[in-house]
Design a protein around this ligand. Structure first.
Ligand SMILES: C[S@@+](CC[C@H](N)C(=O)[O-])C[C@H]1O[C@@H](n2cnc3c(N)ncnc32)[C@H](O)[C@@H]1O
Length: 463
């Protein structure tokens, strides 16, 4: 069979490919099928044809895989928020574990490493403690809305559709956040529409309403509402804030972040408190943290506790060790490790995160953690410390090669590497492989129904 663009073909989906697409074979080449599950037989249209591979879109599901489940969200398959709702959760976990193991083998040259079954998230819906909804003047329509005259196309408050930057699905309820957030979102939408002020055009860069960010404290079951706008307008915002506080007793506070920067980032150039408290308190394990609208905080509080427990176990501390925590953020890992360490030194580049980390230590009565603000590349070069254990938790890009080189010079007996990107984890472990043995890797699922997976690796110095 010769596969051509535009052609409709019957395909047996045999596996899952990187990025979560179904993998089929036709004409001796790989065909990636969006939304397909291994075990499906589908009629699909070829939408892209390259030399080595093709891409296809499902026209009809001829025979569903036994691993398919009904997606509970009506936006599933269109929304970019999560794309794996149609796959049974145990299968998601198995694919995530396999992805970590295969990436370590293929990218890092590290086969034969024990990669444990992924730690499951629980619950698998309503787990996100922070959601950012975009406001725009161009609405992406669901298939059933296409011919409806009553659907206004010039306004949406919701989530992006993959591959579009300016169009947004108007989302009435997102199943990834606790359900009480959806009523708040609905009331905000109604009030935004009544305000007479325009939504922000992601193409035109004109308009007022930009984002609605909702943060939830699991420990207190309270919400912080952050209205992100392109300018200040107290007359419009103050009554809305009071209205929200009056209507929802679980709202702790409402703030306004203001930014006229074109970048689609929901962080204000400045913040104005509008009503109630501008901060939330939440817990990870036994520790309490104060979170403002712009603080970094793990977005799944329950799963973060599982992640940090793994770090704690892999660090193997007995109260005598000096620990160095690279990329320390708001100090959550140092605080978690503090009871079992002699001393923890954290290094972090964002000044506000370092300030949060110091405050979080005070709040929790932790006295043996110290934080250095700066770029790890520079700070590490001049650091006078002989750590027994180094924890690293870099951003998706992984560690800079200079940091890896300096880590090899420091030569701690043990390294615990926390990663949100298996590809850079594999690359960095490969760079450390002459001096360190990867003893075990524990994937931890923090984001059910997405392809993302965190992994914690324990490295032991060889000599
Ligand atoms: C994945 S987060 C880890 C945060 C923390 N360990 C936690 O669990 O909440 C990565 C952190 O690295 C910081 N970072 C990124 N590049 C850095 C650099 N070159 N030097 C120091 N810190 C950096 C970021 O600001 C961010 O806080």
């Amino acid at each position: 069979m010769t596969v051509k663009k535009g052609q409709a073909v019957e395909l047996d989906v045999v596996d899952v490919a990187f990025g979560g697409k179904g993998l089929a074979r036709a004409d001796g080449m790989a065909v990636f099928v969006d939304g397909a599950v291994a075990g499906d037989r589908v009629l699909a249209r070829i939408v892209k044809r390259k030399k080595q591979y093709a891409e296809a879109r499902i026209l009809q599901l001829l025979h569903p895989s036994a691993d398919r489940v009904a997606a509970p969200c009506p936006y599933s398959g269109v929304c970019g928020g999560c794309k794996w709702q149609n796959l049974a959760y145990p299968r998601q976990l198995a694919y995530k574990r396999r992805h970590v193991a295969e990436t370590l083998a293929h990218v890092g040259g590290l086969a034969q490493i024990p990669v444990h079954p992924a730690v499951a998230a629980d619950p698998i819906f309503g787990y996100r403690n922070k959601m950012e909804f975009s406001c725009t003047d161009r609405r992406w329509l669901m298939p059933a809305e296409m011919d409806r005259e009553d659907v206004a196309k010039g306004f949406a408050l919701g989530l992006h559709v993959p591959g579009t930057f300016d169009k947004v699905l108007d989302i009435e309820a997102c199943l990834l956040m606790p359900s009480s957030g959806n009523a708040i979102l609905g009331r905000i939408r109604e009030q935004i529409r009544l305000s007479g002020l325009p939504p922000y055009g992601l193409r035109s860069h004109r308009g007022f309403w930009r984002f609605v960010m909702l943060r939830h404290s699991l420990a207190e079951d309270r919400w912080l509402v952050n209205l992100v706008t392109a300018g200040e307008n107290r007359e419009a915002l103050q009554p809305l804030a009071h209205r929200l506080m009056a209507d929802f007793d679980r709202i702790a506070g409402v703030v306004n972040n203001v930014t006229d920067r074109p970048a689609a980032i929901a962080v204000g150039q400045f913040e104005r408190p509008l009503a109630g408290s501008p901060v939330l308190k939440d817990r990870i394990g036994p520790w309490e943290f104060e979170i403002s609208a712009n603080s970094f905080f793990q977005t799944n509080s329950r799963a973060a506790a599982r992640l940090y427990e793994t770090v704690q176990r892999y660090a193997g501390l007995d109260g005598t060790q000096a620990v160095l925590d690279l990329y320390s953020g708001t100090g959550t890992i140092p605080i978690f490790l503090s009871p079992a360490a002699r001393q923890v030194v954290g290094i972090e580049i964002v000044a506000a995160a370092v300030a949060d980390a110091r405050r979080n230590c005070q709040r929790n009565g932790v006295g043996n953690c110290r934080f250095i603000e700066g770029d790890i590349r520079t700070v590490l070069a001049g650091l006078d410390l002989k750590p027994d254990v180094v924890i690293v938790d870099p951003p998706r890009a992984g560690m800079h090669a200079d940091v890896v080189a300096r880590l090899l010079e420091l030569a701690p007996p043990r390294i615990v590497y926390v990663s949100c990107n298996p590809a850079t984890l594999a690359r960095d472990l490969g760079l450390l492989a002459d001096a360190y043995r990867v003893a075990e890797v524990q994937p931890v699922d923090m984001f059910p129904h997405t392809f993302h997976i965190e992994a914690v690796a324990r490295l032991e110095r060889k000599i």
